[in-house]
Design a protein around this ligand. Structure first.
Ligand code: GDP
Length: 309
C-alpha cells in the first residue's frame, strides 16, 4: 500500500493504518516542499512527523516534534540573539543534525531518511518525494516568502495571492519512489493539504502519468466548508477552489488530469455533484483518536476491494 502524505492529516490516518497493515507493507511518499535549512540543518517537517509517528515518539498534540522534548538549545540561541524561525526541540534537532551530516557527506535525502528510519527501528518504507530541492513559496500583497515564513513568522495571516513550488519542474520523483510505484498498484492520497502537501507530490514531472495507471483512493482533508487544521482553506481559495470536498476533488482532477477512483468524504459533507467515473464513499473522517483513525483506515482499504483490477 502506498500513501501520499503531508505532516498532519495523513500521519493521523497512518496511526490507524499501521494497526491493520503490517508495517513493512506500508510505503509513505512524503512531501518535501516545506523543507527548510534552519540554523545549519535541514528541517523536513512532514518527513519527521512520519518518522516520529512510526518510531512512537511523535508529539500527537501538535503533530510535529518529539513528545516531551526540551528546548534548551533553542532557548540558548534565542538568548544569544540568534532566534530560529521554528521552535526546534533538542531531540528533534538531533534528527536534523544526523540527516544534515549525511547529506553533507554526500548521501541523497532518500538514503539519509532510510538511515534515520533504520536507526529508529522503523519497518515502514518512508520515502521523500524527491531528492532534489523544491520549496513552496507564498505570494502575499507585500512580497513572496517561503511557506514556513508565511505560516510560522506571519502565522498564516496575510492574504494569499499565489502559491508557487520553486524547483518542481526540474525535480524528479526519487528513484525509490519510482520503484515503489512500479511494485504496487494501490495508492492512497491521504487527507493532507491539497495545495502544499499533495500538490507538490502530484506536480513532480511524470507523476500524474504514473498515477493514472493506478487504483487511487483519496480521502478529503476538508469537512463541510473548513479544513480540520492548518491553512488549506485560505490556500485553496487563493488557487481558485471552493473550500469543500468538492473543491478538493476539483483540485485533484486538475493535478491528476483525471479523477481518483474513489473519493472518501465525511458523513457531514453535502452531496458532491460530479460527472465522471468515480465512487464517492462516506465515512466519519474526523480522526480524534487512534481508534477512529483505524476505523477510517479500514474504510480506505475496503474501498480498494471493490475496484476492478
Ligand atoms: P501539514 O503538512 O502539517 O500541512 O499537514 P497535512 O497537509 O498532512 O495536513 C493538513 C490537512 O490535514 C488539513 O487540510 C486538515 O484539514 C487535514 N486534517 C487534519 N486532521 C484531519 C482529520 O482528522 N480528518 C481529516 N479528514 N482531515 C484532517
Amino acid at each position: 500500500m502506498i500513501i501520499l502524505s503531508g505532516g498532519t492529516g495523513t500521519p493521523k490516518l497512518l496511526s490507524g493504518m499501521r494497526r491493520i497493515i503490517p508495517e513493512e507493507e506500508i510505503t509513505v511518499i512524503v512531501n518535501t516542499a516545506e523543507d527548510m535549512w534552519v540554523s545549519g540543518n535541514l528541517v523536513c517537517p512532514d518527513i519527521d512527523t512520519v518518522l516520529y509517528l512510526f518510531a512512537d515518539t511523535i508529539d500527537a498534540e501538535k503533530w510535529w516534534g518529539v513528545h516531551d522534548d526540551t528546548f534548551t538549545t533553542n532557548d540558548s540561541l534565542k538568548r544569544a540573539g540568534h532566534p530560529e524561525i521554528m521552535r526546534i526541540g533538542d531531540k528533534d534537532r538531533a534528527t536534523h543534525i544526523m540527516r544534515s551530516d549525511l547529506l553533507r557527506e554526500g548521501s541523497t535525502l532518500t538514503d539519509a531518511i532510510r538511515e534515520l528510519a533504520r536507526s529508529s527501528g522503523i519497518r515502514a518504507n518512508i520515502l521523500p518525494m524527491t531528492d532534489r530541492p523544491v520549496a513552496t513559496h507564498i505570494t502575499t500583497p507585500e512580497c513572496e516568502m517561503h511557506f514556513q515564513e508565511y505560516w510560522i513568522t506571519y502565522k498564516g495571516d496575510p492574504d494569499v495571492l499565489d502559491v508557487n513550488i520553486h524547483g518542481i519542474d526540474d525535480a524528479a520523483p526519487a528513484e525509490a519512489v519510482l520503484s515503489a510505484l512500479d511494485d504496487d498498484d494501490s495508492v492512497i492520497i491521504g487527507p493532507s493539504n491539497p495545495i502544499t502537501s499533495i500538490g507538490p507530490i502530484l506536480k513532480l514531472p511524470g507523476m500524474r502519468e504514473i498515477l493514472r495507471e493506478k487504483m487511487v483512493v483519496a480521502v478529503s482533508p476538508i469537512i463541510g466548508d473548513a479544513p480540520v487544521s492548518g491553512p488549506a482553506g485560505r490556500l485553496m481559495r487563493a488557487c481558485g477552489y471552493w473550500v469543500s470536498s468538492a473543491g478538493v476533488l476539483e483540485c485533484y482532477r486538475d493535478l491528476l488530469g483525471d479523477l481518483p477512483d474513489v473519493f472518501i468524504i465525511d458523513d457531514e459533507d453535502i452531496e458532491i455533484g460530479i460527472d465522471g467515473d468515480i465512487e464517492i464513499v462516506r465515512a466519519d473522517t474526523m480522526m480524534t483518536s487512534v481508534d477512529k483513525s483505524e476505523a477510517l483506515s479500514r474504510r480506505v482499504v475496503d474501498s480498494f476491494r471493490n475496484l476492478p483490477v
